[in-house]
Ligand binder design. Structure first.
Ligand code: ATP
Length: 372
């Protein structure tokens, strides 16, 4: 499923050069974006980057200052929220406290004048899909946070909107429940064959549920791609740092060839030989972004200075997280590199301990050269 790779594919939702200003402040800055039918799309970014404003413009709660928003080829300008084929699920859930679960789910359908028998059928289907059958007669205050969240979801989906908008939907849930609910959301989206747009500041959440992620900063999209591409080949220091853990190594371009690039770390301790080509010129300063799990750590003879893709280091901190351990190692006077190791076998005794002298090494495709 990757319609975005097909130049002939018709976008389902399209933002065309959309800008939103609040007074002098530009919340969304000339942003263009295409989302495809049945895609699970995530807008990811820190507080104030404009992601919620994007969603609110699509739902019709805000009007773009400039630009166009289209849904299924139709320009949404002037279409009021209730006439849009979108439905937004809010973080607060906004359930009716005096109505039971069934009545909460049925509410919007009744308002639309749907025949009774059909409402009953639709409500039953929603109860089943969201695993709420045993709780149908309970009021919201008799439910757990996770159950309330599912009622809100069932109510948002009952009308079968073409697009479900999720605004930080899982923010109030604890970690385990959040992870479970993420998988439920993915299953629901597949079963109902709908387009989901989620707004979140949680990179793990975006990586888990989304087909594609747009990473936003200051009203602009910095990178838009499937999760693995964003993680493996971030296009900037901002994205590399925002998504996951990363070693950002300052370096100078030493040599360029069609086989790749050789960099010299600014610390003067080691060289990096990479398969990647770069637009930067020899002598330019760049950054090499390398994920900690791409670095091997082992005991061994310290390599000579400026060795390629390996360097001697001294372990100064080890964080044991159960599934992985993170080794912080000092390289020379100025540099610290982090290496993570999967704890495949039970750690009876640490093979590598604090203050150990180690060798860090990596492959030619371990990281990416960044110029911005
Ligand atoms: P958060 O995760 O904190 O909600 P966000 O990325 O969703 O952040 P938005 O809600 O889109 O951010 O807001 C983007 C910027 O626009 C913020 O700086 C916010 O203060 C500003 N903003 C949003 N709505 C209004 C408004 N009605 N009037 C003035 N400024 C606004």
């Amino acid at each position: 499923f990757s319609p975005w790779d097909d130049p002939a594919a018709k976008p389902f939702i399209e933002f065309r050069n959309v800008t939103k200003r609040f007074g002098d402040f530009t919340a969304v800055d000339n942003l263009s974006l295409k989302i495809y039918e049945r895609e699970f799309f995530a807008l990811l970014g820190g507080s104030g980057c404009g992601k919620t404003t994007m969603m609110r413009m699509l739902a019709g709660f805000e009007t773009p200052t400039e630009g166009q928003i289209l849904l299924d080829g139709q320009d949404l300008a002037g279409v009021p929220p209730y006439k849009r084929p979108t439905n937004m699920m809010f973080q607060s859930y906004a359930l009716f406290p005096h109505m039971n679960v069934e009545a909460n789910i049925a509410f919007g359908l009744k308002q639309d004048g749907m025949p009774k028998a059909q409402i009953a059928e639709r409500v039953a289907e929603m109860l089943r899909l969201t695993k709420l059958v045993p709780f149908a007669k309970r009021k919201p205050h008799q439910l757990s946070g996770g159950q309330r969240q599912r009622v809100a979801l069932a109510r948002s989906l009952a009308k079968r909107p073409k697009v479900l908008l999720l605004d930080e939907p899982l923010g109030a849930l604890d970690r385990k429940l959040r992870e479970e609910t993420q998988f439920e959301l993915m299953t629901l989206q597949e079963e109902l064959k709908m387009t989901f747009l989620i707004v979140t500041h949680d990179q793990e959440e975006a990586m888990t549920v989304a087909d594609r992620i747009a990473v936003m900063d200051a009203g602009k999209i910095i990178q838009m791609a499937p999760p693995a591409e964003i993680y493996e080949t971030p296009n900037s220091k901002f994205v590399a740092d925002f998504i996951g853990d990363v070693n950002l190594i300052e370096a100078k371009v030493a040599e360029k060839s069609p086989q790749g690039t050789i960099l010299q770390a600014a610390s003067g301790e080691f060289c990096i030989d990479t398969i990647q080509e770069t637009p930067a010129a020899v002598g330019d300063t760049v950054w090499y972004a390398m994920r900690p799990e791409k670095i091997r750590i082992a005991h061994g003879d310290t390599p000579e200075a400026n060795a390629v893709n390996k360097v001697g280091a001294e372990v100064w901190d080890i964080a044991y997280l159960g599934d992985i351990s993170i080794f912080h190692s000092r390289v020379g006077e100025k540099e610290t590199l982090r290496a993570t190791v999967a704890n495949i076998t039970r750690l009876v005794e640490r093979p590598i301990a604090w203050d150990d002298k180690v060798v860090l090494s990596w492959e030619r495709d371990a990281g990416v050269i960044l110029t911005a």
